[in-house]
Design a protein around this ligand. Structure first.
Ligand SMILES: CC(C)(COP(=O)(O)OP(=O)(O)OC[C@H]1O[C@@H](n2cnc3c(N)ncnc32)[C@H](O)[C@@H]1OP(=O)(O)O)[C@@H](O)C(=O)NCCC(=O)NCCS
Length: 280
């Protein structure tokens, strides 16, 4: 596979992945991920059986190479009620057919990185998700040390909603995963229990602030006491809802819950045991 950074100006095009991509797709997955995928996975991708995909190619490359994959994203549609984020999606009890887009794998050949290719592939996914009336969100897992991918999802407005302890088991070693979600079609859950707790804490803080500022005005002789207190407390403006309160604070991930769970993916083979989905 292409290792060095390309020297020419690429002309990137995006297209569905088909049977002629089988070999390259397998090679790219072997090169980019620490886990092995079952042949069935690749056959399902190229034959578009339950898996939808987009590939990136560089049309400026010579000859047949101009159609060789240099990036890809694979997704699957799952039922919201059967997914692990059913509690995070706004539920409409009249609609049992609500769906989610699950991002299985995403990768870009090293030489073509930082050209915005992964961003464009993610955009294809979110655009596609929005066109499905029953779809409420796109989501994925990412291994906790994959900083480029974490930055990418944050940049693409995905929200980190969970940390899953020991989610991945790779060669006998456990790794945590972050679960990122991108809501579409009004799929944002009104409030998770943790959001409610955070909201309540903020509410108590605001009330204390309000009492403090009243006392401050009342007891002008001892301002230092309250100055200290005021500095340590945040104010909640009327426009802040419980929902956006959970998104402030840490400039790092906006995790709202942490869970210790493992899942089995039908596509991962022996080198990753009892572990989660494909995206690393
Ligand atoms: C993660 C990956 C898909 C990014 O692909 P890419 O085409 O280089 O990504 P983009 O050019 O669209 O980058 C978009 C944003 O991602 C983030 N990003 C990408 N590479 C980064 C890096 N090496 N370090 C930090 N942030 C990075 C940045 O926020 C970047 O925005 P910026 O260019 O404005 O800084 C690519 O590095 C890759 O294939 N890695 C191996 C496979 C993998 O980890 N897949 C993800 C599984 S969850």
């Amino acid at each position: 596979m292409i290792g060095r950074k390309i020297s020419h100006r690429p002309f990137i095009a995006y297209r569905p992945i088909g049977p002629s991509d089988l070999g390259i797709l397998q090679q790219l997955h072997a090169d980019l991920f620490p886990i092995r995928y079952e042949p069935e996975f690749f056959h399902n991708v190229v034959n578009r059986r339950e898996i939808i995909s987009w590939g990136a190619v560089d049309r400026s490359r010579p000859g047949a190479q101009s159609d060789d994959l240099i990036g890809f994203v694979t997704i699957k549609i799952v039922l919201a009620r059967e997914s692990e984020i059913t509690d995070l999606v706004k539920c409409d009890s009249t609609q049992s057919d609500q769906t989610l887009v699950y991002i299985l794998t995403l990768g870009v050949v090293e030489a073509y990185r930082k050209f915005g290719i992964a961003s464009a592939l993610i955009r294809e996914v979110t655009r596609y998700a929005k066109t499905i009336p029953t779809c409420r969100a796109a989501y994925l897992h990412v291994i906790s040390y994959n900083t480029p991918a974490i930055y990418l999802y944050k940049k693409m407005s995905f929200t980190c909603v969970r940390r899953l302890y020991g989610f991945y088991l790779i060669e006998g070693q456990h790794y945590d995963a972050y679960l990122f979600v991108y809501y579409v079609n009004g799929g944002r859950s009104p409030c998770s229990p943790l959001e409610l707790v955070i909201g309540a804490v903020k509410y108590v803080r605001t009330s204390l602030n309000s009492v403090a500022s009243r006392l401050w005005r009342y007891d002008e002789k001892k301002p230092w006491r309250w100055t200290k207190y005021r500095e340590s407390c945040g104010f909640m403006t009327p426009s802040q809802s419980k929902r956006n309160l959970v998104n402030e604070g840490s400039s790092e991930f906006q995790c709202v819950s942490c869970i210790n769970r493992r899942y089995t993916s039908p596509y991962n083979s022996s080198s990753i045991e009892r572990c989660g989905a494909a995206n690393m």
